[in-house]
Design a protein around this ligand. Structure first.
Ligand code: BGC
Ligand code: BGC
Length: 819
């Protein structure tokens, strides 16, 4: 091992000048905890020796490159000897995210067959397929969807995690898959991070107590006959390291913290996962003190592999190597030198293959390091029995579709839902009586997509329809079943208007689905875009007891909603078994959940974590009432505090989404803008996420011409731009289809206040010319009340028009021309 490390170090010295500078800010492995590593088995090592001796250089290189099935065919696997494939959150066999499970099995067979095709004397090495089964096998229609990790963290029940791991592994096996990119054992320290819901909690103790249970559930136990085989698959601990510790909670950002904090907060769950023999670890997109994890030799090699003796494989994250200095998506030997064993190169795999082959041929990539990476990958495959397992469809659980969402599996998920609920307030209305007449309101009431969040059939969890969730139970359906059994009745009314006066109302509301950076926020103010506060206040005014069920991927400032409700339940993102919510509301089981994250007293979004020196929360970490706790609470302050104000200038739309707390809305001719997150179409205007430089970092907007349609970026709170000096709206866009009628750029400044400018000529002038930057001084939009901007950008057209927007910003300008 020691000599391997020296080889890496000297390779870095020779080959990658940039990597040396990075290593300078590296970790000190001797300061990290020790771990008793299990020795690799001699029989397997001997087989690996034979394989490596017989493999061609091309085969070795292929083993360390992984493509996404959206850009990789079985033929590619055969031609380039690719050792593994993945399906990212947006890719599915045949491109159909809602296709039947049988298509997955057939695809698994096709890739496997390609990898096993005879090729002269070369050894045949089975491909493996990785997938993000992060809350159940969430890419498959009809699979059991567990609560996202944040809810599981509230349950504080490691034994239940093992069952969840088992169920997830079996459902993966049904579809012929071998390997999940889970569990995420991130410790999220800033709830503005869009992946907070993928974290078990802000205190490392929860992730640490869960890591082993989940790994055992997914992989089985080392020494058992069915370790990594039969009902089990390969697990991944991700994202190494400190993905949840980035400054300002920025996704893919930098954890600017001391090594001691890294060890105290972010390392313990990995130690636990490694002790449970997790076979793969995913490198994080993020960096530590300016050094990207994909290039951090001191952590990937020094700590993980040497200090901790990890002998499994280190997989990269989605082109994460590309951000290592000197690297591109298609070329990055520095990352392998630092300790990555397997590039995740979704669409870049072909270039990576070529550059890695060249680096190996020229010696820039030392054979010893390449062989070690290959050895680790083969070791995992051999341990998992892939060489003997045969075609995916012939394996024990494959094709047993009745196991997807099987009643026993759903029962585990329902228990998890029930145990994940955190009761924050109860003035005595709970438990509800099952013999009563219950109104169920709010846009989350009968909405399995909303209760399931991101990483649900699609990457962002958007764009699904109710029929994509066969067998699932919405929260309303669970309530309906509960009252039916108890002799009562339930009425579903999203807007809270009722025909028969209810004995009590349940209002289900919260965040819309998001994933990764698209969920990053500037503060923790809950933007109530669907009017749930009004619904609650109206019901309360009518004397109807209100139970609020809040769906969210993190704690948010909802003091007004808590005040408007008689009972308030943080339900997180419960997944497909909404019946678990009714179990607790009607007292079939008591509340058990404890806050896995401190609930903030204001909306500022300043990091708040148990153990902080000046710890002031609304509800502390670990808080959670039982049904018997009925202390009346005084009303909470309705002052959100100084919210991180949107900077006056700068981006208002970037990375495919509105910046900060702004909303992206579309409107038809009827002047009732709808907030949208993923793809949307209201007949007049259609929006869909598209790629410019990164995944879904732009939006294509098409006006159908059927009626007037408007795209709006709105401020949740009116902004005062009057002191900002002369500004321009700077757009980065591509006009795909020129306008044939006025295209009105608008700035909105409150009721009855809209300033307009026809920019059809400008758009027509750049149509078909690719990406262009356009700057329009605000002074050209006369009549704007700059001190009360409710929407800094809107574009409306009644005629067909198509353009793709990658960014909109408010920038200082000296320009005055309006042409
Ligand atoms: C995410 C990972 C995920 C991978 C493959 C990345 O963008 O960060 O968590 O495993 O994509 O979908
Ligand atoms: C993929 C995800 C991935 C993301 C990264 C998406 O298109 O489907 O798996 O995490 O891109 O940007």
């Amino acid at each position: 091992m020691r000599s391997g490390w020296l080889a890496v170090a000297s390779f870095m010295a020779l080959a990658a000048g940039t990597a040396i500078a990075q290593d300078a800010g590296g970790a000190h492995p001797d300061r990290w905890p020790r771990l008793a590593a299990a020795a690799p088995g001699a029989a397997i090592e001997a087989r690996i020796d034979m394989l490596i001796a017989a493999m061609s250089l091309e085969q070795k290189v292929g083993q360390i490159v992984q493509g996404d099935i959206g850009s990789t065919t079985p033929e590619d696997v055969a031609t380039y000897h690719l050792g593994s494939i993945l399906n990212g959150g947006s890719s599915s066999p045949g491109g159909d995210e809602f296709g039947p499970a049988s298509v997955w099995v057939a695809a698994a067979d096709a890739y496997y067959d390609a990898s096993m095709r005879p090729n002269g004397k070369l050894p045949r090495i089975p491909v493996m397929w990785g997938s993000d089964a992060v809350h159940g096998h969430n890419n498959i229609v009809g699979a059991t969807l567990f609560p996202h990790n944040i809810g599981l963290g509230a349950a504080r029940n490691p034994a239940l995690m093992e069952k969840i791991g088992q169920v997830t592994a079996i459902e993966m096996r049904v579809t012929g898959l071998d390997w999940t990119f889970a569990p995420t054992i991130a410790v999220a320290r800033d709830d503005r991070w869009g992946r907070t819901y993928e974290s078990f909690g802000e205190d490392p103790a929860i992730a640490t107590s869960y890591a082993a249970a989940l790994v055992h559930g997914i992989q089985g136990r080392r020494g058992d006959k069915d370790w990594l085989k039969g009902p089990h698959i390969i697990a991944t601990a991700k994202h190494f390291l400190a993905d949840g510790g980035t400054a300002d909670g920025r996704d893919r950002g930098d954890a600017t913290i001391a090594e001691a904090e890294l060890i105290r907060l972010h390392a313990p769950a990995y130690v636990a996962a490694l002790e449970a023999d997790v076979q793969s670890v995913m490198a994080s997109f993020s960096g530590w003190n300016g050094v990207k994890m994909h290039g951090n030799a001191s952590l990937l090699t020094g700590v993980l592999k040497q200090r901790w003796g990890f002998d499994g494989l280190v997989v990269g994250d989605w082109d994460g190597h590309a951000k290592v200095p000197g690297c591109t998506p298609t070329d990055c030997p520095a990352s392998i030198a630092a300790g990555l064993d397997l590039y995740m190169g979704p669409a870049s795999w072909k270039g990576l293959y070529a550059s890695t082959l060249a680096a190996a041929q020229s010696g820039t990539l030392p054979m010893a390091r390449l062989d070690d990476a290959v050895r680790r990958i083969l070791r995992v495959k051999l341990r998992a029995g892939l060489f003997e397992a045969g075609k995916p469809s012939t394996r024990e659980y494959a094709g047993r579709y009745e196991l997807l969402g099987a009643p026993g599996h759903r029962a585990v998920a329902r228990q998890a839902v029930q145990e994940s609920l955190v009761l924050l307030k109860n003035n005595g209305v709970l438990p509800l009586k099952a013999g009563a007449h219950i109104l169920v309101a709010g846009d989350g009431a009968d909405n399995v997509a909303k209760q399931s969040g991101g990483w649900t059939l699609t990457w962002q969890g958007t764009g699904t329809k109710p029929e994509h969730f066969p067998g699932a139970t919405s929260i309303f359906a669970g309530v309906r079943d509960a009252v039916k059994a108890g002799g009562g009745t339930a009425e579903l009314s999203i807007n809270g208007r009722f025909t028969t006066r209810p004995d009590a109302a349940i209002v289900v509301f919260g965040e819309d689905p998001y994933a990764e950076f698209q969920g990053d926020r500037a503060d923790l103010y809950f933007d109530d875009t669907r009017g749930s506060l009004d619904i609650m206040r109206r019901l309360k005014a009518a004397g109807i007891p209100v139970v609020a069920v809040f769906l969210s991927g993190r704690p948010l400032w909802v003091n007004r909603h808590i005040n408007a409700a008689d009972a308030f339940v943080a339900a997180w993102l419960p997944g497909s078994e909404g019946g678990g919510v009714a179990d607790a509301l009607f007292g079939k089981a008591d509340f058990k959940g404890k806050l896995p994250f401190s609930w903030p007293a204001d909306a500022k979004g300043v990091p708040l974590n148990v153990g902080d020196a000046d710890y002031k929360s609304l509800y502390p970490f670990g808080y959670g009432l039982k049904l018997a706790d009925r202390s009346p609470v005084p009303p909470l302050s309705e002052d959100p505090g100084i919210i991180v104000e949107q900077p006056l200038t700068g981006p208002i739309f970037a990375r495919g989404r509105p910046d900060g707390t702004r909303l992206l809305q579309i409107d038809g001719a009827n002047d009732s803008p709808q907030a949208i997150s993923g793809a949307a179409d209201n007949g007049a205007i259609a929006v869909r996420p598209v790629d410019r430089d990164a995944q879904e970092d732009a939006r294509e907007i098409s006006w159908s011409g059927k009626s007037r349609g408007t795209l709006i970026v709105s401020n949740p709170r009116a902004a005062d731009l009057s002191a900002a000096g002369p500004l321009a709206l700077a757009l980065d866009l591509r006009v795909d289809q020129a306008p044939t009628a006025p295209a009105m750029l608008e700035i909105r400044c409150g009721p009855g206040c809209t300033a307009r400018l026809d920019i059809a000529d400008r758009l027509a002038a750049i149509a078909g010319k690719g990406w262009q930057s356009v700057s329009i001084p605000l002074s050209c939009l006369t009549g704007t009340k700059l001190d009360h901007i409710t929407a800094p950008f809107a574009l409306s057209s009644s005629a067909p028009l198509r353009l793709t927007l990658s960014s909109i910003a408010l920038t200082p300008t000296k320009e005055t021309s309006c042409r």
